[in-house]
Design a protein around this ligand. Structure first.
Ligand SMILES: O=C(O)CCC(=O)C(=O)O
Ligand SMILES: [Fe+2]
Length: 294
C-alpha cells in the first residue's frame, strides 16, 4: 500500500463506505460529525466522574523506559486532586499517573446514556449486545503519554475523543520492522525524538502524525503502531473489535510470538464471530481480558 503521511479526515460517512474504504483496506481514518450530539461533550470531566463515584478505586499507570509499567491504585477523588494539582502547574519532570484501559462503562453504567446514539453500525453484529463491555477509557492530565505499541489482540480500534486533544503518531503494520520491538506489543522507538544512532532502521519508517479533537472518531486497523500524547486534560475511550478476517489473522500471529493468553482471548472471539456462539456465552470467559491488557 502507498503510505501517505497524512491521515484522511471524513465527515459523517456511513457504514458501507467505512467498511469498504477503511476496514477492508486496512486504512486509518478520522471521522467527524457522527458523535457531536452526545451529552458526554457537555457533561464529562474528571470532576463529574468524581461526583458520581468519589470512593471508587481505579488503577493508574506510570510508563517508564527503565522500570516498565508501574501500577498504582487510587480513588477517583484522589485521582481528580492529582490531576487538578498538576494542571495548575504543568511540567515535564514528573508526570502524574495515567488512568489507562479502564472499563468505566462497566464500573459506572450511568455513563452509557451519555454516548447515544452510539454508532453500532460500524461494528459487527456480534458486538451489538452490551457493546460497552468491550470499551476501555483513557483519563489523564495534559502531557500524559502512551508509548509506541499496537493493541495486543491485533484488533481493530475505534477511538472516541471526548475531552481535550491528543497528538497521535501512528505507523502502519508494514513499518513494524523499523521500530525495534520489545516483547509482544511495545517498541523502543520514541517517535517524538527518534534516536537514529541507536535505531538506524527507523529512518525507513513512515510515521503519520495528527491531532485528534473532541468529537473525532479515529479508526486504526489491526496492528497499527500508535504513540499518544495528551495535549490537554483528556477523556477518551475506545472499542477494540475483530472482524471474521482480523480474528483469523490474529490467530495466525500465534505462530509469530503472540503470547498464549492473547491467543486464548482471540480463540473466544473466533468462537463468537465465526462459529456464531452468542456473546452472552462467550463474554463470561472473555471478561478477565479487560483487566489483563497492559
Ligand atoms: O489514548 C491513549 O493514550 C492511548 C490509546 C490507545 O492506546 C488505544 O486506544 O489503544
Ligand atoms: Fe493502544
Amino acid at each position: 500500500m502507498i503510505v501517505s503521511n497524512e491521515i484522511e479526515r471524513r465527515y459523517k460517512i456511513g457504514n458501507d463506505e467505512f467498511q469498504t474504504e477503511y476496514v477492508k483496506k486496512g486504512k486509518p481514518v478520522i471521522i467527524s460529525g457522527v458523535i457531536q450530539s452526545w451529552d458526554s461533550f457537555d457533561k464529562w470531566s474528571i470532576e463529574y466522574f468524581k461526583n458520581l463515584s468519589p470512593q471508587m478505586k481505579i488503577y493508574a499507570k506510570k510508563f517508564s523506559s527503565t522500570q516498565g509499567i508501574q501500577l498504582s491504585s487510587v480513588t477517583i477523588e484522589e485521582y481528580a486532586k492529582i490531576i487538578n494539582d498538576f494542571e495548575k502547574n504543568p511540567h515535564d519532570n514528573e508526570l502524574p499517573p495515567y488512568c489507562h484501559d479502564l472499563p468505566l462503562f462497566s464500573l459506572i453504567p450511568a455513563l452509557i446514556k451519555d454516548v447515544q446514539p452510539f454508532p453500532l453500525d460500524y461494528l459487527p453484529k456480534w458486538y451489538h449486545y452490551k457493546w460497552w463491555r468491550y470499551c476501555q477509557f483513557f483519563i489523564g492530565a495534559s502531557k500524559s503519554i502512551t508509548p509506541l505499541h499496537f493493541d495486543c489482540l491485533l484488533t481493530n480500534n475505534i477511538f472516541f475523543q471526548i475531552l481535550g486533544r491528543k497528538q497521535f503518531t501512528i505507523l502502519l503494520p508494514e513499518d513494524t520492522k523499523y521500530c525495534y520491538r520489545k516483547g509482544w506489543r511495545w517498541f523502543l522507538i520514541d517517535p517524538e525524538k527518534p534516536d537514529y544512532n541507536k535505531y538506524p532502521q527507523y529512518k525507513y519508517a513512515r510515521p503519520i502524525k495528527f491531532i485528534v479533537n473532541p468529537g473525532d472518531i479515529l479508526y486504526m486497523p489491526p496492528g497499527t503502531l500508535h504513540h499518544v500524547r495528551s495535549l490537554d486534560t483528556s477523556i477518551s475511550f475506545n472499542i477494540d473489535w475483530h472482524t471474521e478476517k482480523s480474528v483469523l489473522d490474529a490467530l495466525a500471529a500465534s505462530m509469530r510470538g503472540m503470547p498464549a493468553k492473547n491467543s486464548y482471548y482471540n480463540l473466544l472471539l473466533l468462537v463468537g464471530l465465526v462459529f456464531k456462539i452468542p456473546p452472552q456465552m462467550v463474554f463470561n470467559f472473555y471478561k478477565s481480558y479487560l483487566n489483563y491488557i497492559s
